[in-house]
Design a protein around this ligand. Structure first.
Ligand code: AMP
Ligand code: MG
Length: 417
């Protein structure tokens, strides 16, 4: 057996980030920028009203109360028809350009308007610049908007759109092929023939990949036949940036995947027994140049989930050039015991965890264990990382890998927000 750290390092060291491409902004959410982007326009581009109201000259309002004649109106998108003179006001709506001569806006709620709309009474001192948005207040020309390595969220994409950019150089989203292996598998919705099992791993992996922002590519199911597995993996490598297969990496008589990965990747492959439970058998290799990774995960669905979190997801995030590869990990207080036997392995235990009023994350319930028991872990939102030993009692602290942040808050707290 090798340590989890050694196995993870073997994977990560073998990988190179995908070559950046010009990505349309609408495809770039969650991708990582590969260039510095500088502002080419000021935002706002011109002085404009921050409120619906009247544009005027602050100097006209220095007395207690003043009547100004209304000489026109400017809506957002208009160009003011004329400048504004002393003793004048112009009706103006949010976002409309300030007429030249005006230096402030008095909000509509603070103005008394003559019934015919031709004059307004202002009975307060309005400061110069009040309710005016100034050119370049948000962004100035030449300002650095994006640096290489920036993860592109909605705000970054909005900022780029504010400059008229429609694409940028970024690392593409990895395309990831998914292959299920096993003579027992069927994908047909018909009644199960004797001895057959429905293919769970392929839909599971396709969903996991999509959820993490990658592009899943369905490579289908293949029988336990070394030649057929090799053919499908080769096909996947040609079409994808990475391939994940399930099943056939253990010590069974027809576990051919590990051998095939070895044949395809030569020196750059390794069939491992990782000191973790579940998910001990794991095969990995890289083929081609700079290299397409092939992951051979075990077939039991819970082992598969653990292998995805520990090996596949961080590796794919490296391909996409993310700075943070791992899920966030928090210390968690045990409200339930995590018993285990000493076996030289790190145990990865699916747990239902919530933040309590003490501000700490609490393990409320350990789900039923068993690497083949998928439905049992459906409620779990963290994976407790339990070190080798005799288990941990209530009150102990254990690191927890957060799988689903949205479900960390107890429901009653959320519904009162
Ligand atoms: P293996 O890793 O091929 O030895 O498979 C381990 C266990 O996982 C066996 O009970 C398989 O039937 C099961 N299994 C393998 N692949 C799948 C799959 N795609 N969907 C559901 N169960 C699977
Ligand atoms: Mg199998």
């Amino acid at each position: 057996m090798i340590s989890l750290n050694e196995a993870q390092q073997f994977v990560l060291r073998a990988l190179t980030a995908l070559t950046p491409v010009a990505l349309p902004l609408q495809d770039a959410l969650g991708c990582v920028a590969a260039e510095e982007v500088n502002a080419r326009e000021r935002v706002p581009g011109f002085s404009n009203a921050a409120m619906d109201g009247y544009a005027l000259r602050a100097a006209d309002t220095l007395n207690e109360s003043v009547r100004l004649s209304v000489t026109g109106s400017v809506m957002a998108g208009d160009v003011p028809a004329k400048p504004l003179g002393a003793g004048e006001a112009m009706r103006i709506m949010t976002g409309a350009p300030l007429p030249s001569g005006a230096d402030c806006v008095c909000m509509i709620e603070e103005v008394t308007i003559d019934p015919d709309g031709r004059a307004v009474l202002i009975d307060r001192v309005v400061r110069s610049g009040e309710n005016v948005r100034h050119p370049g207040e948000d962004i100035d020309v030449g300002q650095v908007l994006i640096t290489p390595g920036t993860e592109l969220g909605p705000t970054q994409l909005g900022v780029l759109a504010s400059q008229g950019f429609t694409s940028l150089l970024a690392h593409p989203r990895p395309r990831v092929g998914v292959l299920s292996t096993g003579n027992e598998l069927t994908s047909s919705p018909e009644a199960l023939p004797a001895g057959k099992v429905r293919d769970v791993n392929r839909p599971l992996l396709l969903a996991l990949l999509r959820q993490s922002g990658f592009i899943p590519v369905d490579l289908g199911t293949v029988e336990d036949d070394a030649g057929a597995i090799a053919e499908e993996l080769r096909r996947g490598v040609l079409a994808c940036d990475a391939v994940v297969s399930t099943g056939g990496v253990s010590v069974g008589d027809v576990d051919f995947v590990k051998t095939v990965i070895g044949e395809l990747c030569g020196e750059r492959a390794r069939s491992m027994q990782v000191a973790i439970r579940p998910g001990k058998p794991f095969a990995f290799g890289v083929t081609g140049s700079p290299g397409t990774p092939i992951f051979g995960l075990p077939g039991n669905p819970v082992s598969l989930l653990v292998g995805f979190e520990l090996f596949v997801r961080p590796a794919l995030r490296l391909l996409a050039r993310h700075r943070v590869l791992e899920r966030p990990t928090l210390n968690m207080v045990l409200d339930c015991a995590l018993p285990r036997r000493r076996d030289g392995k790190l145990h990865l235990v699916h747990v239902v965890a919530k933040f309590h009023e003490d501000g700490r994350l609490h393990a409320e319930r350990v789900v039923r264990g068993g690497s083949h028991l998928l439905s049992a872990i459906a409620d779990a939102n963290v994976i407790a990382i339990v070190p080798d030993g005799d288990g941990l009692d209530i009150g102990h602290i254990v690191p927890a890998m957060i799988l689903d942040e949205d479900r960390l808050i107890p429901t009653p707290v959320r519904s009162t927000l």
